[in-house]
Design a protein around this ligand. Structure first.
Ligand SMILES: Cc1cc2nc3c(=O)[nH]c(=O)nc-3n(C[C@H](O)[C@H](O)[C@H](O)COP(=O)(O)OP(=O)(O)OC[C@H]3O[C@@H](n4cnc5c(N)ncnc54)[C@H](O)[C@@H]3O)c2cc1C
Length: 385
């Protein structure tokens, strides 16, 4: 019987594990982290590696460890380790620090590779079952499954990806199509931006970015005021969850990127290293192994051998069979948007906690980010039940 079972071993699940060991002094052998991948943060490292992200968007105080200055003191800050006025850490540094923190708590002793497919309440706690039919028993559960692998596509995109999987794919999917120029990147946010920079270096002049909107420039994906009482005290007073959802949606700078990245793109655009098109796709067809995209506003077409969607994750985070069964069986409260209504300590019911997107009606706009992981972990380890 584990004291804590954490479902999902990404940044959120691993931050909770770190806080449980370091702040609550839970022995690591009493924690079980279940995740489909062989090691912690696998998905984070894969996605950020794919786009060659040089620096995180978040500042140096956002990381997995309990002490805010842990990353700063991990290595002496230098030009190459931290970027800009917010001291955003370089990705390799952030990953090395995360590895060191997780090795420090001996997370490998808690790691179980598997995909959770069923959770139910037993006589003495929770029973968790994976797709390979392994069973786990635990007193407390934390659901840290992130965006639940739900990808977002524009309305015309899902048919295209099904019809031509060898040439068309989503950047965040498990596998990518073969990359052959000319390449079209669909999307105007930070992941699309990093991807365009990377591909333009490899295939100068043969990359197109198609986005619905011009570059939206914001340092962070929500105002830093959301990290403290400036905005959060008002948010916490909102009793209607529909209103909280509206506030969250409004506060997020969706599809935005920091200024240095927008400047990099502008320079590459100026030197014709890639082409930016602000438009939408009306339809597509295929001719001679090339996909032809028909644009809406400009009466024109773009031909591509490869199309990559960098359109992020879908909002349908809660459309997961085992989660829906759990909600019904335990009569768990959900808001109209389908997301959990949880207590301040992030418990959905006794001994069942959430973090990440599932905690956002309580943690607010930064809930999905690393700062949200820290806040959630703090609240979970401080719970009093
Ligand atoms: C490219 C990119 C860059 C980002 N950069 C930043 C940044 O600089 N700063 C910042 O604050 N945020 C950033 N974010 C946002 C956010 O911090 C990250 O997405 C972060 O990885 C989210 O962590 P997570 O643990 O919630 O999700 P994930 O990393 O997705 O981890 C969730 C884990 O749960 C697993 N899981 C899902 N379902 C199950 C199941 N049924 N059973 C078992 N396991 C399951 C998943 O497979 C996954 O391994 C970035 C996001 C992306 C995509």
């Amino acid at each position: 019987m584990y004291e804590w079972i954490i479902i999902g071993g990404g940044i959120h699940g691993c931050t909770v594990a770190t806080y449980l060991v370091k702040k609550k002094e839970v022995p690591i052998h009493k924690i079980c982290v279940i995740d489909p991948y062989p090691e912690p943060l696998f998905k984070w490292k894969r996605l950020t590696g794919l786009i060659d992200m040089p620096y995180l968007r978040s500042p140096f105080v956002h990381h997995l460890d309990t002490h805010p200055f842990s990353l700063k003191s991990f290595k002496k800050g230098g030009g190459e380790n931290f970027y800009g006025p917010y001291k955003r850490p370089a990705l390799p540094l952030f990953n090395q620090h995360s590895n060191a923190v997780l090795e420090g708590i001996k997370i490998s002793k808690a790691w179980f590779q598997g995909k959770v497919e069923h959770v139910e309440k037993g006589d003495n706690g929770w029973i968790v079952r994976t797709s390979s039919l392994d069973h786990f028993y635990g007193s407390n559960i934390v659901i840290a499954t992130g965006m639940n692998n739900k990808l977002a596509y524009p309305s015309w995109g899902s048919d295209l990806v099904v019809a031509h999987p060898k040439q068309v794919g989503h950047l965040f999917a498990e596998s990518l199509p073969r990359i052959e120029p000319p390449i079209v990147v669909i999307g105007g946010g930070i992941s699309a931006a990093h991807l365009v920079v990377k591909l333009s270096k490899q295939f100068p002049g043969l990359v197109y970015q198609i986005a619905r909107h011009p570059y939206r420039v914001h340092d962070f994906d929500s105002d830093p005021g959301w990290l403290g009482p400036k905005y959060m005290s008002g948010f916490e007073k909102i009793s209607r969850y529909e209103d909280r959802r509206e506030v969250i949606d409004h506060a997020r700078h969706k599809g935005s990127m920091p200024s240095e990245l927008a400047n990099k793109l502008r320079n590459l655009k100026r030197s014709n290293t890639f082409t930016f098109i602000q438009d939408e796709i009306q339809s597509w067809d295929v001719s001679d192994n090339e996909i032809i995209l028909h644009l809406t506003k400009i009466e024109s077409i773009v031909k591509a051998k490869t199309i990559l969607f960098a359109t992020g994750f879908s909002r349908e985070v809660m459309k997961v069979d085992w989660l829906q069964r759990l909600i019904q069986e335990e009569k768990l409260a959900c808001a109209k948007c389908g997301f959990p209504v949880v207590k301040e300590d992030l418990s959905w019911c006794n001994h069942l906690f959430v973090t990440g997107p599932l905690a956002e009606l309580e943690i607010g706009p930064p809930s999905r980010n690393i700062s949200g992981a820290r806040k959630a972990a703090e609240r979970i380890v401080n719970h009093t039940v």
